[in-house]
Design a protein around this ligand. Structure first.
Ligand SMILES: Nc1ncnc2c1ncn2[C@@H]1O[C@H](COP(=O)(O)OP(=O)(O)OP(=O)(O)O)[C@@H](O)[C@H]1O
Ligand SMILES: [Mg+2]
Length: 338
């Protein structure tokens, strides 16, 4: 049988727990080499169960998965040699230092003794832990632990990296630092990244392609732009300088679609052909000598996609960590949650 050229290739993968649900209920997905695939879904959707199967830590109930060209059930050791993983239940030892963890991992991964120290230094530097390297992990912050997890996953230079909710519980600064590092690994080093997240923004910003999983099933898949485009076209909201110009504005915008008047005196119109129509709108405003106080383009968000596919809001479906404050701009779009 010819080997698949995909980095990850999954067909009808199922995992049932004896006393639990069908946690993963027949998923299909393909990830290309060098791609960042974002697996987005609420608590209990089946993200970690999928990652555990793809990293050979949990046998599938049925279906097939190849990672790095190897079957996760029959070629587990080849799969494990090709991958690195930072899992949700990280096993760090509080009494060891960051450097000791990396050195230990390098030993376990069979890195020659002569190369271990340099490798550890390079990795600790890369994840920004050089200064904290000789401190015990028990004193690390959540963000530092996540960064150490990432360094440990990278010790043997894997081709494929699995990250299970790498930024849950992190402050915005640590989160964007981690995003940058993951993007660098994929785009500069050609590493394939399979990353799970509950954060719309994370999937949107970081992933080349997103699969939305809910109750064990993939309900939507595509690039963030494709997914949003499926939901609908963007709309533009225009506030005239002259509060009395609403009628004229609405009339003008009727040339583009069905305008709606908003309470604040602004007028919104959907652009069926997308944001490329914005230039035409601006030209028309100019020609009509209509002065604009503000003009805003509203793109459909991944939350709209989740809502359209499941009838629920993703951020309502997921329980946020108490210290988690994120993506407020994506809330409250005024659509019914069903
Ligand atoms: N070992 C297990 N035994 C029984 N049920 C399990 C087991 N592991 C997971 N489940 C159930 O399978 C479903 C999927 O769980 P999973 O951990 O894959 O979700 P998740 O998407 O990773 O969620 P989270 O965002 O909270 O990490 C849940 O209903 C969970 O309770
Ligand atoms: Mg999980």
């Amino acid at each position: 049988m010819p080997e698949s050229s995909a980095a990850i290739d999954v067909e009808q993968l199922v995992r049932e727990f004896r006393k639990g649900p069908r946690a993963v209920d027949g998923i299909d997905l393909t990830v290309s080499p060098g791609e960042i695939y974002g697996f987005l879904g609420p608590n209990g959707a089946g993200k970690s169960t999928t990652v555990l199967m793809l990293t050979t830590l949990l046998p599938p109930t049925s279906g097939r998965a190849r990672v790095g060209g190897f079957d996760v059930v029959h070629q587990g050791s080849q799969v494990r040699a090709a991958i690195g993983a930072a899992l949700q239940e990280a096993a760090l030892d509080p009494i060891l230092t960051g450097r000791e963890h990396v050195m230990l991992q390098a030993t376990l991964q069979g890195i020659a003794k002569a190369g271990r120290k340099a490798r550890a230094d390079a990795l600790l530097e890369r994840v920004g832990l050089t200064e904290a390297a000789d401190r015990r992990v028990g004193g690390y912050s959540g963000g530092m632990k996540r960064r150490l997890d990432l360094a440990l996953a990278l010790v043997h230079s894997p081709r494929i990296l699995f990250l299970d909710e790498p930024t849950t519980g992190l402050d915005p600064q640590s989160r964007s630092a981690l995003w940058e590092e993951v993007a660098r690994l994929a785009h500069d080093e050609g590493m394939t990244v399979f990353l799970t997240t509950q954060y719309l923004e994370e999937a949107d910003v970081l992933a080349d392609r997103v699969g939305i999983i809910d109750r064990g099933r993939i309900v939507a898949e595509g690039t963030p732009a494709q997914l949003k485009a499926e939901i609908g076209s963007p709309s533009v909201e225009i506030l005239p300088v002259d509060a009395g110009a609403g009628d004229a504005l609405a009339q003008l915008l009727a040339g583009f679609g069905a305008p709606t008047r908003n309470g604040r005196g602004s007028v919104t119109v959907q652009l069926p052909d997308g944001e490329a129509q914005l230039a035409g709108v601006v030209r028309a405003l100019d020609q009509a000598d209509l002065h604009v106080a503000s003009l805003q383009l509203h793109q459909p968000s991944l939350d709209d996609v989740f809502l359209a596919k499941t009838g629920r809001k993703l951020e309502g479906a997921a329980e946020q960590e108490p210290d988690e404050q994120q993506a407020p701009a994506r809330r409250g779009r005024g659509r019914d949650g069903g």
